[in-house]
Design a protein around this ligand. Structure first.
Ligand code: PLP
Length: 498
């Protein structure tokens, strides 16, 4: 029987997985959720010899039931290939007391690659399955990371185009280079004379522009979005938690059925929600440890049962977690509200009107598998320094937030359960903060990104990732810039509609 997807806010008829992937967000503004969490067909002890790709198939087929085996395997093979710099795709590495699941071996050296390398293929397949023949145009505003990961995922995928808007002076040198050197005839990158909010507001306007939609339709295009609430990004993230457990079994660290904890550096709540789904599928995850940076809205939520975004936004050294509205939390709220869309919709309405909501004690009781805490900027830097000193392992800032929170958790609870830390970015992606933390940032290299790359290589001994090495001599392919009010014209021009 097909698994169908419903809106967390209820008004929609349930849709198939492929429809949910094409649609992204439900029409009533809710998020698509599976109408049940499927159970693993057979136990992880039988998958210890499986490749990442095979486990991806075994997990994803249970969620994406309207895809044929051939379709799904083809998507998986195109996604998890030589773009990753290790055949393991997501290696599990022991560091001190914890196992680090390195999710940063893809094209853009951060964990967004795990899902964005497969989403384009899932979308194109969904178009075909639903007999839609319009070319998909992905529009994205980015503060740096997601834009590049989406560009890399969609580049040269037939049947798609991608246009990324970024704040011209609002991303790091490396991030900008990563984007403007992107290859692929179907890619376009535009620097906005404005900040990230201008770019995001502009993109939202374009999505709602009827004149533009009409012009696109005539020309055979349709818009879609690749953002993290798409179920096509969530499902591929469940895979690596199942994979991690099978590796712990394979390495003899755990016996089948013995629990593991996971620690996840959290922003939009997508990654940790995927772990929660893996737990419900039958992977024995004891605690889901939710790690925040100084934007600790989730820690406060887990402690008090009140979600409150009315607070100062803090820019930290872990920018991908600088978020005050964790969109994917809505899926958890829906579930702890007993899958009652009206209750969920009421809480989300309260969030949009007053910036906060409180859950009932009964709902809060269902959060028992979660533990929330946070790490300050100082604690994050100290953690990088200490793990480097003691283990010789250099972590990025996001992973360090998780690692620091794990330390707090252990000190507080004395829980010795085997623990997996989701390691979400390569230290080469956050050079300045990482070098500073380990005491290797000297004034002579302060303004030279590639000198910092070389310095990190000297201190860590970890080979410079291809994704960074390539940038040294890469050709600048995208020089387009525009004012926020000219975004529509720019899109028309890129699509050849002017
Ligand atoms: C996006 C991101 C996160 C946060 O993941 P969510 O799924 O949004 O919670 C953490 N670390 C890095 C490096 C990221 O890019």
């Amino acid at each position: 029987m097909d698994l169908l997807y419903r809106s967390t806010r209820g008004a929609n008829e349930p849709v198939t997985a492929s429809r949910a992937i094409l649609q992204g967000l439900a029409k009533d503004g809710g998020l698509f959720v599976p109408d049940r969490i499927p159970q693993l067909t057979f136990g992880p002890e039988l998958m210890t010899g499986y490749t990442y790709q095979e486990i991806a198939y075994q997990v994803m087929k249970l969620f994406l039931t309207d895809y044929t085996e051939e379709e799904l395997r083809s998507c998986i093979d195109k996604a998890y290939d030589e773009k990753f710099d290790t055949v393991q795709i997501a290696p599990l590495v022991k560091v001190g007391d914890a196992y680090h699941l390195e999710l940063f071996h893809g094209a853009t050296i951060a964990f967004k690659d795990m899902a964005l390398s497969i989403l384009p293929h899932l979308m194109v397949t969904a178009q075909k399955k639903n007999h839609l023949d319009r070319e998909i145009v992905i529009l994205t505003a980015t503060s740096g990371d997601t834009g590049k990961a989406a560009l890399a995922g969609f580049a040269d995928v037939a049947g798609t185009r991608i246009i990324v808007f970024y704040p011209k002076n609002g991303v790091s040198k490396i991030q900008q280079l990563q984007m403007v050197t992107q290859k692929g005839a179907n890619t376009a990158v535009v620097g906005i004379h404005g900040n990230f909010d201008d770019a995001q507001t502009g993109v939202k306007k374009l999505f709602g522009d009827r004149d533009l939609a009409a012009k696109m339709e005539v020309a055979g295009f349709c818009f879609s979005s690749a953002n993290s609430i798409n179920i096509g990004r969530l499902v591929p993230q469940v895979v690596y938690y199942v994979y991690a457990y099978t590796r712990l079994l394979a390495q003899g660290v755990l016996k089948n059925g013995e629990p593991m904890n996971v620690v996840v550096p959290t922003g939009n709540f997508g990654n940790i929600l995927a772990a929660f789904y893996a737990r419900q599928m039958g992977i024995p995850i004891a605690k889901l440890i939710c790690a925040s940076n100084e934007n600790k809205v989730l820690f406060d939520f887990f402690s008090t049962g009140t979600y409150d975004r009315n607070r100062k936004f803090i820019l930290t050294s872990s920018p991908s977690m600088d978020i005050l509205i964790s969109s994917n939390l809505e899926r958890l709220i829906y579930q702890i509200a007993g899958c009652d869309p009206d209750k969920c919709a009421a809480l989300m309405q309260s969030l949009s009107e007053s910036g906060k909501y409180s859950i009932t004690p009964a709902m809060k009781a269902k959060l028992e598998p979660f533990y929330g805490n946070y790490a300050s900027e100082q604690e994050t830097a100290d953690r990088i320094a200490r793990v480097y000193r003691e283990e010789g392992y250099v972590m990025d800032t996001h992973t360090a937030v998780a690692s620091a929170v794990y330390e707090k958790y252990r000190n507080e609870t004395k829980d010795e359960t085997v623990t997996v830390v989701a390691s979400t970015a390569s230290p080469y992606k956050f050079l300045t903060s990482v070098l500073d933390a380990v005491g290797a940032l000297t004034p002579d290299i302060a303004d030279d990104e590639f000198a910092k790359v070389d310095r990190l290589y000297e201190v860590s001994g970890v080979a410079v990732p291809k994704a960074v090495e390539e940038l040294r001599n890469a050709e600048i392919l995208h020089k387009r810039e525009c004012d926020p009010e000219d975004m529509k014209d720019t899109v028309l021009e890129i699509l050849g509609l002017k």
